[in-house]
Design a protein around this ligand. Structure first.
Ligand SMILES: [Zn+2]
Length: 264
């Protein structure tokens, strides 16, 4: 529970200067960062400091976890909750980062562990969010997203969207919403999901990644990737979906001005 002690600790964290190398990473890796207003950048930087300090980070499979990786992941995770009432993903305690998909071993369930239901299917994966347990990310997959911005592929947005979905204790593709928001969401999301599913079944090219047709849970995570990574296209191809995500995240990324590089 968030109390005065945590508040004091957080105040201390953000009182320390934001390291210039972290700022450099944001400028290099995080394309939306320069597009934010000054006040938003300040807020994001403070959130990154707290997020990095409060999570347990572990490089796995021989990966040497660097500040560049931590800052990049933190920036994208915190972008999702920039305007949401939040407590820094309190349902994420540990973040495990693997170098590549192939290096990810089968996870063995230990004697004292409870069985954790992974969200993603088994097989080579680029990330995984558990209802209880660590959040797994693959750095190679994150880099792929960094290399192809605007493609709608971003494993960090994807996995942290799952964690938002799980906040109400149910992994069902619907994050916690108020009454009228919820009914609106369910009708539009079911319509959009059915549309994607039927197009995928007919073998058509779809705007939303066909992985979103797996089920409602994946649909929300995939929609979030498109919403933040290619907002204008999402608004054009799926206006209803865009409107609801805008309402939920309390952000309108399609309106962000480009910085001259033509990239949002
Ligand atoms: Zn997923």
């Amino acid at each position: 529970m968030f109390g005065w002690l945590a508040a004091r600790r957080r105040k201390k964290i953000i009182a320390s200067a934001f390291p210039p190398e972290w700022e450099e990473t944001l400028r290099q890796n995080v394309l939306f960062y320069p597009l934010l207003h000054d006040s938003e950048r300040l807020r994001l930087r403070e959130m990154i400091q707290i997020f990095i300090a409060e999570k347990k980070w572990e490089g796995c499979g021989g990966l040497l976890l660097t500040d560049e990786m931590r800052v990049t992941i933190a920036a994208m995770a915190c972008r999702l909750i920039l305007y949401l009432p939040h407590n820094y993903y309190e349902n994420v305690e540990t973040i495990l980062v693997y170098p590549s998909e192939l290096a990810l071993p089968e996870r063995k369930i230990g004697f004292f562990e409870t069985v954790m239901e992974p969200v993603e299917p088994s097989g080579p994966i680029s990330g995984q969010a558990f209802e209880q347990g660590p959040l797994i990310l693959v750095w190679e997959a994150i880099e792929q997203g960094l290399r192809t911005p605007g493609s709608g592929y971003n494993v960090v947005y994807h996995e942290f969207a799952h964690k938002l979905d799980m906040q109400d204790g149910r992994t069902d593709g619907t994050p916690p919403l108020s009454g009228s928001e919820a009914s609106d969401w369910i009708s539009a999301f079911s319509r959009e999901y059915s549309r994607l599913l039927s197009e995928v079944q007919k073998g058509k090219d779809t705007f939303l990644d066909e992985y979103g047709a797996t089920d409602e849970v994946e649909f929300f995570a995939v929609a979030t990737e498109h919403f933040f990574d290619q907002p204008r296209e999402t608004k054009r191809h799926a206006p209803q979906l865009y409107r609801l995500l805008k309402q939920y995240y309390r952000q309108d990324p399609a309106r962000q001005k480009t910085d001259g590089k033509g990239k949002t």
